[in-house]
Each structure stands twice: as C-alpha cells, then as structure tokens.
Design a binder for this molecule. Structure first.
Ligand code: GLU
Length: 468
C-alpha cells in the first residue's frame, strides 16, 4: 500500500489565517492517523507579496500549534529549474504551446466574449498556429487543456464534481518573464513529493479540474482531493477580522491554549457524534474525511472561550504557570518580588478564560492598585468603611502568621467585634487590595499578597475613605 503523504502549502504573504491553520491540522491528523507523512511547502512564487517575515510567522505558527512536519519546508522559489524542466517537457510533447497574444489582444478577446454573452476566456488563438510568431513579443506558455470530455473530481468531502473541458481554457503555466504559475507549480510539487491526499479549502475547488488535466498530461498518479468547507463568522459570512482574530498567532498572544484552539479548529467542519472536547491523541485516532461535512463551519468565539476554560481547568500547574508568566511579561508586570507565579495561577485557574485574563487577575498580587474601579469605590468606600478598614488593618497587623487560616479567623473576629455583616468588611477590603470587588477567596488572596503589601494598601484605602 502506498504511504499516505499530505501537505500544507501556505503562501507567505502575511499572518497564518485561522482557516489555513485548520487545513494544516486536518492534513497533519490525516497523515498521523495513517502512519503517513506530512510535508510543509512554502508557496512563495509571488515574489512581490511573499516576505521572509511571513515565512517566519508560518514557522512560528506551526511550532506553536505543535504540527510537526516530516519534510520541508520546501520553497517553490528554489524549484524554478524543475518547473522549467516540466514546462519544456510539455512543450516538446505538444501538450503546451507558446502564446504571443499581447495584453491588448487579450482584452479584446475578453470583450468580444462578453458581448456574445460567453465566459471571458482565452480562445486558443495560438494553440495550433504554425505561422511565424511576431517579433519582439515574449510569449507566455499555455497548457493545452483537452477540448472534449469532462473532468470528474472524486472529492472525498463533496462527492463527485463534474466539469466539462469546454468550460476550461488553456491556462498560462509560465509567464513571459519565465516564472511559473500556481497551478503548474502545485501539480509538479504534488507529483514530485508523492502527495497522496490534497486536503485544502474549497476556495481552490475551481483550480482542481485544471490541475487534474495537468496531472494527466504528465502521466502522474492523481492524489485524492478533499475540499474543506469555508470557515464562517457568526453572521454566516466568510470569517474575517470583523468576527474576531483571524491570525493564529493572535490566539497565542491573547492567551489561548494551543490544545483548546486545535480542539476548536478540528470541530470546524468535522464531527464525531456529539463530542466537543478532543485531546490531540483522540483527534488523531478519530479524525476521518468521511465525517467532514460540506457546509460552511461557523467559528464561534464563545465556544472557543468555553473550550479554553475547560483546558485551563485541567492543565498542569506547570502549563498554567508558563502561560501566566508569558502573559505577565507581556503586560509588563514585574512578578519577581511577589508570590510564586504557579501559586497565583492555581488560585486563578477556575476564574480565567484566557491567560491574558489570568494575567489581569494576577496583577494585584504584584502591584498595588493604581486606581480603584469607579463603581466599586463609589459603592464600597465611605467614611465609615474607612474606619472599618482601619480596624481590619490593626487586627491584621497584629498577626504573626499571615496564613489563610489566621487571616480568615481575624476577619471573622473583626466582623464580630464591629457587629457588621461580612460584606461590610469583605467588599471594601477587596477594593482596597485589588482595586475591584472581583477576586478569588479573600483569605488566600491576602495571604499570597503578603502582610506588608496588604497593610500598605489598607493604609492607602483608609486615607482615600477619610478624604471622601
Ligand atoms: N498556496 C495555496 C494557498 O495558500 C495552496 C493551495 C493548495 O493547497 O493547493 O491557498
């Protein structure tokens, strides 16, 4: 049996789009599941739009996603000699020809076709000509597409798609400056790299019949084609920046766990019963093209947030601590002199949807509030609250052991001493130490912040209250 070989061939023209990431994941899973190989190919023939930075972004994204490839990255720009060789072969075999039409002639051809209400297409003018070509015109090279019959794509997702050859024209495979075009390069690469399965977005489905004809002209074995449904935003339109981040690395930046994003991506177009949560191992076991559906897949950010929270809750302390460290650094928070990041991460584990949220929640453990949340301060701070906080301050100051248990006991006895409900102390105290009323358990929060920090923040809050 031939070994399964899939490929991921992004064009390095910007960030790695979330749709491309899904394509990469499906190809990766399919290869791994079949004990096959996964190839990374950089399609950088569009030299004006391709940049080194974008290549780097692709590499970084692949690494962050953990989609390790067995071969590559291959760069198409390093394979120009090979493409030329194939074009020459097609020319020699009479399967391609030089076309000397000028841009003006092509425009006229298009206009004429439109007047006749026909598809604007190349009419094969130079296909069978034997007369002398015009002087001074560098020809393009066109592929001799069959004129009769039809191409049938036996699509593993969409089922058979039949396209009449009369619908296709003789496409340019090499421009007049000698650079090969996308459809030629892809076929030569997929052939040379022994790709058995081409799994890609269905925005390419129109290219496939043309590519199949080129495969056939080269006598190459056809790969299996599988075209994936587009990723849509919640309004049913094609996923774009309007709907949320579209760059893979933005999700890393925003503090999502890679496993959560991969889980979210695998469900875009593929399902396994009602199951929503899949580990990478499970995905590898269960994934199959037979359960990829044909209709657009909606990228629901709320679902991703939910998944991320699931993964945060079950992540190891180390994963949490690493994630939080990265995002504290990003937020410019100095965490050297506060409680251990792992301790804070554990405390916040169930409260944050992403690491950036967690970093935000961790801030008070490392920094005194620079200002109080307006609403919280208005509600919780007053002259009387200031006096209560002064008592809390004095009682906590007397503690030698600043453990959660000791703090809890002190707060309870302060409540009894002042004869107020716990909220009368607990809420202003939260605002005093964190700037807001939302924080994890108070006893642990205070204990991890440390006595010195807590007392200093209480002094500041008392002062604030007295000034009201
Ligand atoms: N470079 C193409 C793209 O990024 C690849 C298309 C293909 O998979 O053949 O869309």
């Amino acid at each position: 049996m031939t070994k399964v070989r899939t490929r991921f061939p992004p064009s390095p023209t910007g960030y790695l789009h979330i749709g491309s990431a899904r394509t990469a994941l499906f190809n990766y899973l399919f290869a791994r599941q079949h004990g096959g190989e996964f190839v990374l190919r950089i399609e950088d023939t569009d030299r004006e739009r391709s940049t080194d930075e974008a290549v780097q972004v692709i590499m970084d994204s692949m690494e962050w996603m953990g989609l390790d490839y067995d071969e590559g990255p291959f760069f198409q720009t390093q394979r120009f000699d090979r493409y030329r060789e194939v074009v020459n072969q097609l020319l020699e075999e009479g399967k391609a020809y030089k076309c000397y039409c000028t841009p003006e002639e092509l425009t006229k051809m298009r206009e004429l076709a439109m007047e006749k209400k026909e598809k604007p297409r190349y009419n094969g003018y130079w296909r069978d000509r034997t007369d002398t070509p015009p002087a001074g015109v560098e020809p393009v090279i066109r592929f001799k597409n069959p004129t009769t019959g039809a191409v049938v794509i036996d699509d593993a997702v969409k089922g058979p798609i039949r396209v009449e050859n009369s619908e296709l024209d003789d496409l340019v495979i090499m421009r007049s400056d000698g650079t090969p075009t996308y459809n030629l390069c892809v076929v030569v690469d997929d052939m040379d790299m022994d790709i058995t399965h081409v799994i890609r977005g269905d925005d390419h489905v129109n290219n496939t019949p043309r590519q199949i004809n080129i495969f056939n002209a080269l006598g190459a074995k056809l790969p299996v084609f599988a075209h994936l449904p587009m990723i849509l935003g919640e309004d049913g339109k094609r996923m774009s920046k309007r709907h949320g981040a579209v760059s893979v690395m933005q999700y890393a930046e925003d503090g999502y766990l890679r496993d959560a994003l991969m889980n979210h991506l695998v469900r875009l177009g593929w399902s396994h019963g009602d199951q929503e949560v899949f580990s990478m191992d499970e995905m590898m076991k269960l994934f199959g093209l037979d359960h990829v559906n044909n209709s657009g897949a909606v990228f629901d950010v709320k679902k991703l947030d939910w998944l991320n929270q699931q993964y945060m809750q079950s992540a190891s302390t180390e994963t949490l601590a690493n994630g939080l460290t990265t995002h504290l650094k990003k937020a410019g928070i100095d965490f050297q002199s506060g409680p251990a990041v792992a301790t804070v991460a554990e405390l916040l584990r169930d409260r944050a949807k992403t690491f950036s949220e967690m970093a935000e929640g961790a801030k008070p453990f490392y920094q005194a509030p620079t200002e109080y949340d307006e609403k919280a301060a208005k509600k919780q701070f007053s002259q009387e609250a200031g006096e209560r906080l002064q008592t809390v301050h004095d009682n906590l100051a007397a503690l030698e052991d600043f453990s959660p248990e000791a703090i809890d006991a002190t707060l309870q006895s302060t409540v009894a001493e002042l004869e107020v409900g716990f909220g009368k102390i607990g809420l202003p105290l939260r605002v005093a130490v964190t700037g807001n009323t939302a924080s994890p358990a108070l006893d642990q929060t205070l204990s991890f912040m440390g006595k010195e920090a807590v007392l200093a923040r209480l002094v500041a809050a008392v002062q604030y209250c007295r000034s009201l």
